[in-house]
Design a protein around this ligand. Structure first.
Ligand code: IPE
Ligand code: IPE
Ligand code: MG
Length: 252
């Protein structure tokens, strides 16, 4: 049976809320390839520039009241890219983890990974597990990195585990409701995102956090990810505060 957020000791849905600030921001970091092409450089040059941007955004989270930051690094569909690009990205992820561990520790960042790890190479998954363990006691910022993540794949994997629990007699099918499935998702310890940002001018979600973003606010901005700055992040967080989230209700 999947564990609830309470059982795993994560904070509940209301704690650490800063008024007017998005508590959980999710970012589709898009546009690295175009950024590189504009400079006449290979796509991987853009991915390296993009990875460097992550530090500044993570560092700025406490200033904007952001307690959870979830970033989309590699989708279940990104395997369709050339072998050179995929291998380059995998090696970039390994490098990022190795290089950033100390800095993440110093900043009190707890790192988690979501996505299906089965298809990832063991060198990378080892580093991912180690970083999760090493930062498990941190609580200033919760950084979740989505690698080989797809919303549909996540729901399918969750459903498989749920069905296994039913078959094993651990779960009564009559009791399954909309609180049940999220307990089987990769994100089971995280609150739903309040704000989803996508850079690079594309207005689509590309299979990111499908279940979790049902009532998220969205920002689609033209900036390419390697040009995204703390200042722009701050503006988007501030304008989130002016939005009227009704969740199907009526404004009072
Ligand atoms: C986003 O940048 C990073 C990944 C998907 C890994 P892209 O590589 O998609 O950049 P564009 O969209 O081609 O510019
Ligand atoms: C979404 O970007 C995935 C990541 C940012 C990791 P893509 O560039 O893969 O999405 P599409 O292909 O434009 O929809
Ligand atoms: Mg893209």
């Amino acid at each position: 049976m999947a564990k609830s957020a309470k059982e795993t000791g994560s904070d509940d849905a209301t704690s650490d809320k800063v008024e007017g600030c998005p508590r959980h921001v999710a970012i589709i970091m898009d546009g690295n390839g175009r950024w590189a092409t504009q400079r006449g450089r290979p796509r991987l040059f853009g991915h390296h520039a993009g990875a460097k941007r992550v530090r500044e955004i993570v560092e700025s989270c406490p200033d904007f009241g952001v307690k959870y930051l979830t970033i989309f690094a590699f989708s279940t569909e990104n395997w369709k890219r050339t072998q050179v690009e995929v291998a380059g990205l995998m090696s970039l992820f390994r490098r990022y983890i190795t290089k950033e561990t100390r800095h993440l520790q110093e900043r009190g960042v707890r790192v988690r990974f979501i996505g299906d790890r089965v298809r990832l190479d063991s060198k990378l998954t080892k580093l991912m597990n180690e970083l999760e363990e090493a930062t498990a006691d941190n609580s200033k910022v919760n950084l979740t990195i989505a690698i080989n993540y797809g919303g549909r794949d996540e729901v399918a994997r969750a459903t498989q585990r749920l069905a296994q629990d039913v078959a094993a007699g651990k779960l009564d099918p009559e009791s399954v409701d909309e609180e049940t499935l999220p307990r089987y998702l990769d994100t089971y310890v995280l609150p739903d995102p309040d704000l989803v940002i996508r850079t690079s001018g594309e207005a689509r979600i590309s299979n990111f956090l499908l279940w979790q973003s049902a009532y998220a606010e969205y920002e689609f901005i033209d900036t390419l990810w390697p040009d995204f700055t703390r200042a722009e992040f701050g503006e988007l967080c501030a304008s989130y505060g002016n939005r009227d989230r009704r969740f199907g209700g009526v404004k009072r």
